[in-house]
Design a protein around this ligand. Structure first.
Ligand SMILES: NC(=O)c1ccc[n+]([C@@H]2O[C@H](COP(=O)([O-])OP(=O)(O)OC[C@H]3O[C@@H](n4cnc5c(N)ncnc54)[C@H](O)[C@@H]3O)[C@@H](O)[C@H]2O)c1
Length: 249
């Protein structure tokens, strides 16, 4: 008997990086996984590899969310993981793109994927979980949802928004038997991290984490099952729950 034996998991952004790693780990732990992504080629590859299913889903499309969940529910675990950085596909040094010159297209793209996509997803899956009085939503935020990320302030904005959402939804969902928690890793070795960012990290004698940490982090959050919690890990530091030093409630 493995930890996720008989469970069903849905993972957005499951075609690559952290999402693909969670798909592999959850499968090894006994779950059936549905990989959802806009990248059909890679998404299908991951689904075949893990013996799961693939669904094309653009997380920014509210109607598509409802259709996909209606077709595949029930899920025990839903990972709202798809995300982008502001300058992921821009060549060169991001310091050449100061905040005040951020163009509308890039701003709207990151806000719609990193923020709207998670809100749409949560609204689509919560009713079923509440009705069944079970389920766990994992939101892939970032360490950039807790600490500063000067090279990409809008990315920091979206990830702080996710931590705020998870903190606030946690106690709202808990009485209904549903848990939501945030994954807050530091830099992980995925295509999201550009060469410029890698140089920036190395300048601080740090490095990216192997992507396998994503599976460990997700399993820790699922096992501990603490409403509204944030789970951090960064290079040279173990997985730990982030608990603010000044508790107000
Ligand atoms: N890599 C890191 O250092 C790091 C650290 C902390 C948090 N994160 C977060 O982890 C999550 C996954 O990132 P990753 O590093 O694995 O990056 P990645 O680029 O490897 O994977 C992101 C996936 O999201 C998909 N995606 C993009 N837009 C989408 C959309 N509109 N609808 C559906 N899918 C879409 C992509 O096709 C891709 O498969 C993101 O939310 C990211 O912000 C990454």
């Amino acid at each position: 008997m493995t930890a996720l034996s008989g469970q069903r998991a849905f993972i957005t952004g499951g075609a690559s990086g952290i999402g693909a790693e969670m798909a592999r780990r959850f499968t090894r732990e006994g779950a059936h996984v549905v990989v959802a992504d806009v990248n059909d080629g890679l998404g299908k590859q991951v689904a075949v590899e893990v013996g799961g299913d693939f669904e094309h889903l653009d997380v920014t499309d509210r109607a598509a969310w409802d259709a996909v969940i209606a077709a595949h529910d029930p899920f025990d675990i839903v990972c709202l993981n798809a995300g982008v950085s502001t300058y992921q596909h821009v060549a060169g040094n991001v310091s050449n793109y100061p905040f005040e010159h951020l163009d509308d297209d890039k701003y709207e793209r990151i806000m719609s994927i990193n923020v709207d996509g998670v809100v749409h997803g949560a609204r689509a899956v919560i009713p079923g979980m509440v009705a069944r009085k079970t389920g766990h939503i994992l939101v892939t935020a970032s360490l950039a949802g807790i600490i500063a990320i000067p090279p990409d302030p809008i990315y920091g904005l979206t990830k702080h928004a996710m931590v705020g959402l998870v903190k606030s939804l946690g106690p709202a969902l808990e009485p209904h038997g549903v848990c939501i928690s945030a994954l807050c890793p530091g830099f992980v070795d995925t295509p999201l991290v550009t060469d410029v960012t890698r140089d920036f990290i190395k300048a601080f004698s740090s490095d990216v984490l192997d992507v396998s940490i994503a599976g460990d982090l997700a399993m820790r959050a699922l096992t501990e099952r603490i409403a509204g919690s944030q789970w951090t890990v960064s290079y040279g530091h173990p997985i730990q729950q982030y608990v603010p030093t000044i508790p107000f409630v």
